[in-house]
Design a protein around this ligand. Structure first.
Ligand SMILES: Cc1cc2nc3c(=O)[nH]c(=O)nc-3n(C[C@H](O)[C@H](O)[C@H](O)COP(=O)(O)OP(=O)(O)OC[C@H]3O[C@@H](n4cnc5c(N)ncnc54)[C@H](O)[C@@H]3O)c2cc1C
Length: 511
């Protein structure tokens, strides 16, 4: 297996731009340590990864090998067969690649709650310093911060999240148009080669000695037997076995699967992305969000491939920054539309999480106009009110909504346009805005492979007014929030086959 046949083999590690690196503690570098520890927690890949690149940079500077440590905890919220399998498939690819490159890779899957406690500290004991991934969402910022506080040596976090470094965002943006304008003013310098992660950093360090993990550590915390786990072993783990593995190509995790999806998207669908993205049959979306979420593929790689496809380079930028969705890049319509989702819509959410880590998942983070209209309409009479259980079992009166929920349960995803309707209706049919938010977060994060992501909160909170504006006429329940109806969605999307496909629950989905 190899990352790419086109790769130009590099001979040295490019320094990671300072704007992407931040120290998590005041610890010192222990030059007597045996290795640089890369604690891989979000960007779970060995290509196009600034975190790994930073660890290798330190390795080169201190003349020490790098140890890649990729753990998978048991106790994270929504841990299930579906999510665990996806991550472990990615670990298998990483293991094979690391073996090929001759670098030490240590995969650890916690067999029972708390079993992994102390492992990071033990590994840190022999490390010169630690590098980890920065991720502005979910339990990761808390976990990383707590680990850094207890770590006597330097721990750095590295931002591989998007094309615009998180620290180049400056502030929270409340609309896509204002963020787009900011991108148009600030993004181009980040296309310089030193601001792109190395495609194949491990090729530059092929002949270095290998890091050793002590026998005592391996005895106490044995390396994960990935084949065993993927062949039934996962059943012994104390995780949710009701949320099943997704038996589709999009449900197969890892670097290899992500590359296949990317190739297929570029070859077969990107050319019609602008016109067909919302089509329910033969739509043109990339279906890459789960792989992006778990870090199995880098957005830098995806963006570069899309730009290469239409022979775009920064000199082609066609106009002054104006916040407009089309035309600024000077790329093809399809590529501009795709980049608008991949960069503008994706990164506005990452920026939001970064600046509002304390409340990105709370109603209080909504804009004032949305809070006001929600408060004014919270007691409006509701023709339908469902509980979490009824929503989860797809037992509403609305067949399109039920179909969307069944797609989520079965495939770990919902078609993008229908997903907006799915969220809007949970708001409309819940006892209160607070309950609606809880239900959306629970169902999205439990079942969606791409859930638990800054984008999850962008999408869910968009249904409640985030990144949107007030709409008229003011309506019952919704007030000035943008309204969506199942009837018009059915007409717009020609949903007959979609409804048929998800008309009834499959046996395995019955509760
Ligand atoms: C209620 C609701 C919940 C959502 N939950 C999630 C979630 O948990 N995880 C998630 O990644 N996305 C979420 N989204 C956004 C969007 O639905 C998905 O990103 C998109 O459908 C993924 O499909 P794709 O990879 O084929 O996207 P493509 O159309 O191929 O887009 C390429 C990439 O751009 C990004 N992107 C696309 N659309 C959006 C968007 N509207 N907002 C932010 N980024 C976007 C994604 O990373 C996506 O993979 C949610 C939207 C709504 C309305």
């Amino acid at each position: 297996m190899s990352l790419s046949t086109e790769q130009k083999v590099t001979t040295a590690i490019n320094p990671v731009p300072a704007i992407r690196v931040s120290a998590l503690n005041q610890g010192k570098v222990n030059e007597q340590g045996q290795y640089i520890l890369y604690w891989m927690v979000a960007q779970r890949r060995v290509s196009w990864n600034f975190g790994l690149q930073r660890a290798l940079e330190w390795g080169e500077r201190l003349k020490k090998p790098v140890l890649i440590f990729e753990p998978l905890r048991i106790g994270y919220k929504w841990a299930s067969d579906r999510l665990h399998t996806f991550v472990i498939q990615g670990m298998k690819d990483n293991q094979a690649l690391c073996e090929e490159y001759g670098i030490t890779y240590y995969p650890y899957v916690e067999p029972k709650q708390g079993a992994g406690k102390g492992l990071l500290a033990q590994l840190a004991h022999s490390a010169c310093m630690i590098v980890t991934d920065e991720y502005p969402c979910y339990f990761i910022p808390r976990m990383v911060k707590a680990a850094a506080q207890h770590c006597p040596m330097l721990m750095e976090q590295v931002d591989s999240n998007g094309l615009l470094p998180l620290r180049a965002s400056g502030r929270v943006f409340t609309t896509a148009a204002s963020f787009r304008r900011h991108l148009q003013k600030t993004l181009l310098p980040f296309f310089a080669s030193e601001h792109f992660p190395m495609r194949e950093p491990l090729a530059a360090v092929k002949d270095l000695e290998k890091a050793q993990v002590s026998e005592q550590i391996l005895e106490n915390w044995p390396q994960a037997d990935l084949n065993h786990l993927l062949n039934g072993g996962i059943q012994t783990l104390p995780i949710d076995h009701e949320v099943k593995v997704v038996d589709l190509e999009t449900g197969q995790g890892g670097f290899q699967a992500a590359q296949r999806l990317l190739e297929r998207f570029i070859d077969e669908r990107l050319w019609r992305y602008h016109s067909d993205r919302n089509a329910l049959e033969s739509g043109s979306a990339s279906e890459l969000s789960a792989h992006i979420h778990f870090g199995h593929i880098s957005v830098h790689e995806i963006a570069q491939r899309a730009f290469e496809y239409c022979d775009w380079h920064p000199q082609k930028v066609a106009s002054k920054p104006n916040g407009s969705r089309e035309g600024w890049w000077g790329a093809s319509s399809a590529v501009e539309a795709f980049i608008d989702e991949l960069v503008t819509w994706r990164e506005i959410g990452f920026t939001f999480g970064f600046h509002r880590l304390d409340d990105y998942d709370q109603l209080s983070s909504l804009p004032d106009w949305a809070l006001k209209t929600i408060a004014e309409h919270r007691d409006d009479p509701k023709p339908y009110i469902y509980t979490l259980e009824s929503f989860e079992k797809a037992e509403t009166h609305d067949e399109l909504w039920n179909a969307a929920q069944r797609q989520l349960i079965r495939e770990g995803r919902i078609h993008n346009y229908v997903r907006m309707l799915w969220g809007k209706k949970i708001y409309e049919w819940s006892a209160s805005p607070e309950t609606a938010l809880e239900i959306m977060i629970e169902l999205n994060n439990k079942y969606a492979l791409d859930g638990r992501d800054p984008n999850s909160y962008s999408g869910i909170f968009w249904c409640l007014g985030r990144f949107d504006r007030a709409w008229g006429p003011e309506r019952p329940i919704f007030g000035k929030l943008r309204y969506m109806s199942s009837d018009s969605t059915m007409r717009k999307l020609k949903a007959k086959n979609y409804l048929k496909r998800y008309a009834t629950a499959q046996q395995a989905e019955l509760f």
